[in-house]
Design a protein around this ligand. Structure first.
Ligand code: ZN
Length: 415
């Protein structure tokens, strides 16, 4: 039995101190420090929290590990989506298995070092490029299973219908162990047919769905209502997530209310990806350049689970990023008007428990019986957990110490 004690940490907005016990990787006690009833004998490891804030780890709900860290190879000079697609198309044909492995692993380690304990990654394949990238990501999932909980989305980046053979590849990817059925309705000539294929695969394999919904500055070609209707019709309420959804930023009034009500009914989670959407959106605007980010507050207030994620790290779509969700959250605060006194407390859940809910992690959180996963932040007020952008002092994943950063940084990761 290996017993760990995390002493005197703040775990919620009450800012009260708690002690947590992990035994063989599972929480066995969580109690207020001043009323602790459990004995502290036979403890193998003690962390003195000293009143710092602890969270059950950051949850990265949408990232492309396979396309990370390529920004310096072939620049996207205009910064537009068009050039990003062109540049990435050229670079993709040069990706070898070793190259994807090196970059994806480096990006994954960036996430882990910043306190990310759960990640959903979109792994793409197509009949031209084959499965080598996907196989690398599946191997990383296995290699890092004691360091981070990874979900892999079978992602048809080049479309399904316009890229013949992709539907069969999706079936194979799911047979190889993909956790989620991906989709990209805006990148096929008939979005409805695309969606039908995605739903049929999800039913066949009993998996949730995660779509790259749209990337539009305007709402005229939006398909989110169709997605919501089909989610309800196909019995996928609560098992549908969509990324970007920038088109919704162009809706207002009764139209927006109608769509959000339908989305809430369909139990759709939304991953807003501000680092990418701000970079690529509104490029044709000559003044008062729009933010081109999905309406986070309206979605939240309408009962839709809306969360924040990274999407890309240093590639033609997003030429920056450190794999730190706190920086994404900090960016979203002014961008989405989330800095009001009542709004600010709703942001941390968008990269923690609401994010866990969006990707269906049921054993997330400080609860006896849950995996003993914790990240301690160098801040003493729960409300400041984002705006301080605090150092990560400790990261434990299922009882395994991944990072300690008190006087010296100690990182335990595969080489
Ligand atoms: Zn994406």
């Amino acid at each position: 039995m290996f017993k760990q004690l995390i002493k005197e940490v703040i775990i919620d907005e009450s800012n009260e101190l708690y002690d947590l016990v992990i035994e063989d990787g599972i929480y066995t006690a969580i109690e207020k420090s001043n009323s602790r009833s459990f004995p502290t004998t036979d403890i193998d490891y003690v962390f003195e929290g000293n009143g710092k804030v602890a969270i059950p780890g950051f949850v990265e709900t949408h990232i492309h590990l396979d396309k990370a860290l390529i920004a310096d190879r072939l620049p996207n000079k205009s910064g537009t989506l068009k050039e990003a697609l062109e540049v990435t198309g050229k670079l993709k044909s040069t990706f070898t298995r070793e190259d994807v492995e090196e970059r994806a692993e480096k990006a994954l380690q960036m996430l882990i070092k910043n306190g990310t304990t759960h990640v959903r990654t979109h792994s793409e394949f197509d009949p031209v490029g084959g499965f080598h990238g996907f196989e690398v990501i599946m191997a990383l999932k296995e290699k890092y299973k004691d360091y981070i909980n990874m979900q892999v989305v079978a992602f048809p980046q080049e479309g399904i219908i316009k890229s013949p053979g992709t539907e069969e590849m999706m079936r194979q990817a799911l047979e190889m162990g993909a956790d989620v059925v991906g989709g990209i309705p805006y990148n096929d000539p008939d979005p409805e047919e695309h969606l039908n294929i995605v739903f049929n695969l999800a039913k066949e394999f009993d998996k949730p769905i995660d779509l790259h919904q749209d990337f539009y500055d305007t709402s005229e070609n939006q398909t989110i209502e169709l997605v919501a209707q089909k989610t309800i019709e196909n019995g996928f309420v609560g098992r549908m997530a969509v990324g970007h959804l920038t088109s919704l930023g162009d809706c207002s009034g009764a139209e927006l209310e109608r769509i959000i009500t339908l989305m809430a009914k369909a139990g759709i989670s939304v991953m807003s990806l501000p680092m990418t959407d701000l970079h690529l959106g509104g490029r044709k605007d000559e003044k008062n350049v729009r933010r081109a980010v999905t309406p986070i507050r309206k979605l939240r207030d309408g009962g839709v689970n809306v969360v924040l994620a990274t999407n890309n790290i240093r590639n033609p779509f997003t030429p920056y990023g450190n794999g730190d969700l706190l920086q994404v959250a900090m960016l979203a605060i002014p961008v989405a008007h989330l800095g009001g006194a009542d709004d600010l407390p709703t942001v941390l859940p968008m990269i923690t428990n609401k994010a866990a809910e969006a990707i269906g992690i049921e054993d997330y959180g400080f609860k006896v019986g849950n995996p003993g996963t914790i990240v301690v932040l160098d801040t003493k007020r729960y409300q400041d957990a984002i705006i301080d952008i605090p150092k990560r002092l400790l990261s434990i994943f299922k009882g395994k110490i991944i990072l300690e950063n008190n006087d010296n940084v100690h990182i335990n990761l595969p080489s």
